[in-house]
Design a protein around this ligand. Structure first.
Ligand code: GDP
Length: 298
């Protein structure tokens, strides 16, 4: 992820290295190059515009500095603006005052929700919590079983409807899981919900109903970073249809251009909280905007 963007930005910066100071024309040319680099990385247009405008304004106000040459000053500005566009501060999970805390996962089918549920549960366990995974994806064949496998690998408990109990009612399962969690002294409940291949009214309604039934402390929108511009439209649809508090980017290990990662925060106003970088349970971490910016500018 981001290799092309990194390469493009590196070459933009290296062309500034020979300059003693930057004229307005230099800054305009640099900003044009940055704009093209971001568009090629599939960053959404409103995000590109806001980013470039901010870099341009700051670059024009730059004082001649003893410590940094013009290229270094532009790198510093771009780095700081990348951090801003990625959300600024690292956003940590919020827990309920009275356990169990409820985390609900929402997103399209194939986004990586079930895998993420296992990763998150294991991560929570490592932080000293006693999570319960809840299978509310009762649509996709094998989704419940897949979650059970993830739970086993993560060494956490799972709450699922009994097999053979018909299609099941995910809203009832979600509600019952909270009582089960309280009885079994789980301090965090992670609810996996059903997705569809595309944006679908019934799916949105079901997720919204689960949300209303269990009043989660965090609704996390899980999105595949490899779907490019579609990540932005999907995020907007989930924002309108279900609402969410934070974003999880999955498949950041893919060799895509990374525009989704750079767009979704600015477009939705919601922080990216976790990043998933592979199929293994430990290919997962808290999302740090500053580290991601450094990775892009590496
Ligand atoms: P769900 O339909 O949203 O529950 O998605 P799944 O959890 O079933 O994931 C869909 C596919 O993506 C599976 O084959 C996962 O192994 C794979 N997957 C999930 N997260 C990642 C990731 O971060 N990187 C890669 N490369 N694959 C992932």
């Amino acid at each position: 992820m981001f290799e092309t963007l990194s390469d493009r930005l590196t070459s933009v910066f290296s062309s500034l290295r020979a300059k003693g100071r930057l004229s307005d024309a230099d800054i305009d040319a640099t900003c044009r190059e940055i704009r093209i680099a971001l568009l090629e990385a599939d960053v959404a247009l409103p995000v590109v515009k806001a980013f470039v405008a901010q870099v341009k304004e700051r670059a024009r106000g730059v004082e001649v500095s003893q410590a940094l040459n013009p290229a270094q000053q532009v790198v510093k500005i771009v780095n700081e603006e990348l951090i801003q566009i990625l959300g600024g501060e690292t956003r940590r999970l919020r827990y309920a005052k009275n356990p169990p805390s409820v985390i609900m996962l929402a997103g399209l089918q194939g986004a990586g929700k079930t895998t993420l549920a296992g990763k998150l549960a294991r991560w929570l366990r490592e932080q000293g919590h006693v999570p319960l995974l809840v299978a509310c994806d009762l649509q996709r064949p094998n989704a419940v079983q897949q979650l059970q496998v993830m739970a086993e690998r993560a060494e956490v408990a799972v709450y699922a409807p009994e097999p053979g109990n018909g299609v099941g009612d995910p809203i009832a399962v979600a509600r019952q899981s909270l009582e089960h969690a309280t009885r079994q002294q789980h301090d965090i409940v992670v609810i996996d919900t059903a997705g569809r291949l595309g944006i679908d009214q019934e799916m949105m309604q079901q997720a919204a109903d689960i949300r209303a039934a269990v009043n989660p402390d965090e609704v996390l929108f899980v999105v595949d970073a490899m779907i490019g511009q579609d990540a932005v439209t999907t995020a907007q649809a989930f924002m309108d249809g279900v609402g969410f508090d934070g974003v999880v980017l999955t498949k950041l290990d893919g060799d895509a251009r990374g525009g989704a990662a750079l767009s979704v925060r600015h477009i939705t106003g919601k922080p990216i909280m976790f990043a998933s970088t592979g199929e293994k349970l430990d290919d997962f971490d808290v999302f740090h905007p500053d580290r991601m910016a450094s990775r892009i500018l590496d």
